[in-house]
Design a protein around this ligand. Sequence first.
Ligand code: KG4
Ligand code: ZN
Length: 338
Amino acid sequence: MSKKYTILGIESSCDDTGVSIISTDGNSFKILFEKTASQIDIHKQYGGVIPEVAGRLHCEAIAPLLEEALSSVANIDAIAVTAMPGLITGLHVGVEAAKTLSYTKDIPLVGVHHIEGHIMSPLLNKGAAIDAVSFPLLALVVSGGHTQLVHVHEFGSYSVIGDTRDDAAGECFDKVGKLMGFIYPGGPKVSKAAIGHEDNIPLPRPMMHHDSLDFSFSGLKTAARYYLRDNPNADVGDVSASLEAAIVETLAYKTKKAAMQIGAKTVFVVGGVSANSALRESLATSLETQHIALIAPELAHCTDNAAMIACAATRRVMHGSFDSVSELTASPVGMLPQ
Ligand code: KG4
Ligand code: ZN
């Protein structure tokens, strides 16, 4: 029987404090504990995440979550923590908590790239396993801070082949949502308001037919802003449906192009915006014609969570490739491992 590893995950890169414990044989993953403290109710008063407030709220939330996790599961083999990229005020809290635990309890430590966590999140689905994933694999990472197409050579080795040149897709949903009066985060509310409405407002699909695999969403946001300014009585449902269609069409078009370029057999769609059902449907339809499998995480693991961070640390835990307590630092930016 293969050895099982128990890994504690910590996530605090934005506005969710997440703590999770997983058990893994290196191929499939079982969640033993999972809890997230969301800060959305506080940040929505300001229309977005305020970094200083986020840092303070992570400080308040993290110790009780860790206490609860560690009292429910014994014998942790390693601690995985998001070390980059993200809001530095939040990352510091998670990294310092992880380092303190590592030092005082003598448990090895692994710093994880937040996007690698998202990329591995579909492996947390029930019945999923690494050896069941057909390569070549492409990941579409769509969140509030990122819109990237990532060629996954193998888990642990990544090339970013497409990226946003300005706003992320989630940011575009959130900012136009705010203009329509939706409380932060606007993405899910825009998606709900779009139901039963037509894509009948001509909004641009920036860079859709550009040679590169890059995206740009700031022009779309501006076009929606001007439309709302010039049409104060516009139907919010129609604007939502048209915005969603413009974002989804652009993402699906570029994803299919990238998938064909690398000869992908599988596409993972991950990150907060992967909860969007119009995006899932559009991707599934366009990839099906090329016999490419589409896999998305369960809804609870689309947005930020600590189980995906523990999952992403597994390979390094198995190889005994740990970070030292004195050297691991939080960083607001950083490249995916190559
Ligand atoms: O991955 P995530 O939790 O945090 C970041 O790392 O950014 O993603 C949050 C983003 C927000 O922009 C939110 O509006 C968007 O995901 N989002 C959605 C939906 N659910 C969450 N956007 C569109 N449709 C949804 N159903
Ligand atoms: Zn995220």
